[in-house]
Design a protein around this ligand. Structure first.
Ligand code: ZN
Length: 419
């Protein structure tokens, strides 16, 4: 048995205690509580003391593309989404297998160092299944599916149904399906993928309502998307818009349900938020990627007020500075009036629910998987704090100087900068 102790322990978002500890046996959490009550447990082999730090549930990244990690600092911020896609296509033009492998390995390493213990990763090329299988991270790898030409749907599905059963899942690796977005996937393909996902009990995620251009394309068939899709030879002859918004379009198809993770949802009406809430679907909010693309006023407050399950995603290093969910929380804490407890919920329990792992991870509870991070705190805040109770701990947790120093996944220490 290993015991991890620190000055503070946040086992669930609203519970912060001083001098806390977590006892771990094998891959599971054995006990959570005060260090003084735990120090006498028999059979303890090792005590890891993180010192002036907060022990927390491992952070969950509900949306990323680790295969783009080598594009860090190579893509210019833009509010034109199609310009971003062209930059990515251009930058990866000469990539070979090793480039994809090293990109995913880099992303996994950075994630672990930042306190992320679970990633919901989208795999464009399929490399992530074998590369991440070797990583100690917990992961749901979603196979990306693209095809706006409806006549391609049958062939794509045939290949998909051959590929998916070949993937060797394990305790840390599960598989999902990601039809890319309503401007890149036909109605026929969406329905076939989601039918297959339902039969195979696979989770689904899809990019949705990300840009105003996407809404214009689907409602009117105009804007920047037709020319872009023609240029990459993806627009079918005689394509007609569904003349409805992305969320309504997918809802009419039966794609939105309690196993669906909707990525971004930057532009939504109150009626659409109610629709998502009643479906039980979750939303992946990517705060700094949202800023990178020049979007403002993400409806996160409206989603939270409506009771929608919202998790946090970093998106990829092609539209972000880091793969740290803690960095996302720091950014949100500086610009939004979301409580620290809600921020932690989004990065832990909500994230777990969004990818169907809520009975295993996202909380430090007896019997849960021992997925733990430890965030080192600055000694004191630069400005004198007037907050009381545990509020100063949360403030220090989200201050620029805090830093993840410890990551454990399934009882294995993957990163320890405390020693
Ligand atoms: Zn994405």
């Amino acid at each position: 048995m290993i015991i991890i102790r620190a000055k503070y322990l946040i086992s669930t978002p609203g519970s912060c205690i001083e001098n806390g500890a977590v006892a771990v046996t094998g891959a599971k959490i054995h006990r959570v509580g005060l260090w003084c009550e735990m120090s006498a447990i028999p059979g303890v082999e090792k005590v890891i003391d993180l010192g002036n730090a907060v022990i927390m549930p491992g952070l969950i990244n509900t949306h990323t593309h680790l295969d783009l990690s080598n594009l860090h600092n190579r893509i210019k911020p833009t509010s034109n989404f199609t310009h971003w896609v062209f930059q990515v296509i251009g930058a990866r033009m000469r990539w070979n297998d090793e480039d994809y492998v090293s990109s995913i390995e880099k992303g996994a390493k950075l994630s672990i160092e930042s306190g992320v213990t679970t990633v919901a990763d989208i795999s464009n090329t399929g490399h992530a299944f074998s590369v991440l299988k070797k990583s100690p991270l917990r992961k749901v790898v979603y196979k990306e599916i693209i095809g706006l030409k409806s006549e391609q749907a049958a062939d794509i599905m045939k290949k998909l149904k051959e590929e998916i059963p070949q993937i060797k899942t394990d305790e840390l690796l599960s598989v999902g399906l990601s039809p890319h977005a309503p401007y890149s996937v036909s109605r026929e393909l969406y329905q076939a993928v989601c039918g297959f996902a339902g039969e195979s009990r696979l989770p689904v995620c899809t990019h949705l309502a990300e840009t105003l251009d996407e809404i214009e394309f689907l409602t009117k068939g105009t804007g920047i998307f037709p020319a872009f899709l023609r240029q990459i030879r993806a627009l079918p002859e005689g394509w007609k818009p569904p003349e409805t918004t992305p969320i309504r379009y997918l809802n009419e198809m039966g794609v939105i349900n309690n196993r669906t993770l909707l990525i971004h949802c930057n532009y939504v009406s109150d009626e659409e938020i109610a629709l998502i809430q009643s479906s039980g679907a979750s939303v992946a909010f990517c705060p700094r990627s949202h800023r990178f693309f020049g979007h403002t006023n993400h409806p996160v407050h409206r989603f939270l007020d409506a009771g929608v399950n919202v998790g946090i995603g970093t998106d990829s290093l092609a539209s972000n500075d880091s793969l740290s969910v803690l960095d996302e929380l720091k950014y949100l804490s500086a610009i939004h009036t979301i409580s620290p407890q809600t921020l932690i919920s989004m990065a832990t329990v909500n994230g777990a629910k969004a990818i169907g792992l809520e009975s295993q991870v996202g909380q430090l509870r007896e019997g849960f998987e021992a997925d733990i991070c430890g965030v080192g705190l600055p000694e004191q805040l630069a400005e004198a704090s007037t907050a009381s109770g545990n509020e100063p701990v949360y403030q220090r947790l989200f201050s620029p100087a805090s830093k993840n120093i410890f990551t454990m996944v399934a009882g294995i220490v993957c990163y320890n900068a405390a020693t």
